[in-house]
Design a protein around this ligand. Structure first.
Ligand SMILES: Cc1cc2nc3c(=O)[nH]c(=O)nc-3n(C[C@H](O)[C@H](O)[C@H](O)COP(=O)(O)OP(=O)(O)OC[C@H]3O[C@@H](n4cnc5c(N)ncnc54)[C@H](O)[C@@H]3O)c2cc1C
Length: 327
């Protein structure tokens, strides 16, 4: 491991003072960053521990919640307000990692965790994300876990977080503070598609600190998070679906939110399916048609074509379950 200096920040100002430099990284629970440092993929000269910064969950005036970036995944999933008003968030967190990792992992770190593409972690492999311009061995390699939507010739990696899929469906916003001041980022704009610059994964700039996630007032309707994976626990999503469905007494869809995990370089908001479903009678045919439309542009690689059918079926099954509960 490359030698580094460790600071522990007490507040935002202290974090920015030491963390704004190009070779500095903020340290949450370290469950991803320390692994990357051990593998030599990240080589920061300065680590700024921000686990003591922004550790509260607060109600806001609009009926939503403001979640500090330093809140642990366990604290977020077990918060009574989250469990009752945003069960989708609690379920997504509990579907991920292990209890020990969730105890360490923070909200800020979860949002910025790096992909689990095996070629990204393998220094002997070509990876445009790790070494821009070096190529992408995943495209012609073993690519069962890779992206089917929004990928590019430069990168087919997927986004790994479960929490982020729920936050995408809930239209969360993220506050960051940096040397140039504070700004709010809509969740849809936080993570980026790879294009020709897969090394740029988010719109957070070097030196900016995530301080909070804002959840708007809970949407009307029933919600679910379903994660399909190779093992029942301790595995990343092959496909996951976060959904909120509001069906009227006339069985017509009043509102729907859908986000997909495991399929793209960022949490994939299924806006095409949502648009098809609003105002439609909530039945199997509508769910299947919307799911098919969302996956219409999917581009499979050698080993991951199964994800297309898996995603279609998981979307339809989750909507069916939610519509059934609403009846
Ligand atoms: C074995 C294993 C299994 C896992 N399984 C899953 C899973 O199934 N689902 C899932 O969603 N996740 C899973 N994870 C990933 C885990 O959720 C993440 O590692 C964790 O959420 C990262 O949080 P952290 O606080 O430890 O981040 P760190 O490792 O400390 O940091 C991650 C990144 O975020 C940056 N960062 C941290 N805090 C801030 C901040 N406030 N502002 C700006 N930048 C910041 C760091 O600089 C770093 O780049 C797994 C991890 C492991 C090791």
């Amino acid at each position: 491991m490359t030698p580094f200096t460790y600071f522990r920040a007490d507040d935002t100002a202290g974090a920015l003072r030491t963390g704004a430099g190009a070779d500095a990284r903020y340290l949450g629970g370290g469950t991803n960053l320390v692994d990357l440092m051990r593998e030599g993929i990240e080589r920061p000269r300065t680590l700024v521990d921000v686990t003591a910064v922004s550790t509260e969950i607060e109600d806001n005036a609009d009926g939503g919640l403001v979640i500090g970036a330093g809140v642990t995944n366990t604290a977020l999933a077990s918060d009574r307000r989250v469990r009752t008003r945003y069960p989708l968030v609690a379920r997504a967190i509990l579907a991920g990692a292990s209890a020990q990792i969730r105890n360490m992992a923070t909200v800020g770190g979860n949002l910025l965790q790096r992909t689990r593409c095996t070629y990204f972690y393998d220094e002997a492999a070509a990876c445009n994300k790790r070494v821009p311009g070096s190529g992408c061995d995943a495209r012609e390699g073993f690519n069962r876990i890779h992206a089917i939507l929004g990928a590019s010739s430069a990168c087919v990696a997927t986004h790994p977080s479960d929490l982020c899929i729920a936050l995408a469906a809930l239209d969360a916003e993220v506050t960051v503070v940096g040397p140039d001041g504070e700004r709010r980022i809509a969740f849809a704009d936080l993570h980026l598609l790879p294009g020709e610059t897969p090394e740029r994964e988010t719109s957070v700039r070097q030196g900016e600190l995530i301080v909070a996630v804002h959840l708007p007032a809970p949407p009307v309707g029933r919600s679910a998070y379903r994660k399909v994976r190779d093992r029942a626990s301790y595995a990343f999503a092959l496909v996951s679906v976060a959904a909120v469905l509001d069906v009227g007494e006339d069985r017509v869809v009043r509102d729907v939110r859908l986000a997909l995990g495991g399929v793209a370089h960022k949490p994939w908001r299924a806006t095409r399916a949502e648009a098809m479903l609003r105002g439609r009678f909530a039945d199997e045919a509508a769910f299947a048609a919307a799911a098919a439309a969302e996956l219409a542009d999917a581009a499979p690689l050698r080993d991951n074509g199964f994800k297309i059918e898996l995603a279609r079926r998981t979307i339809a099954a989750v909507l069916h379950e939610l519509a059934g509960e609403a009846a």
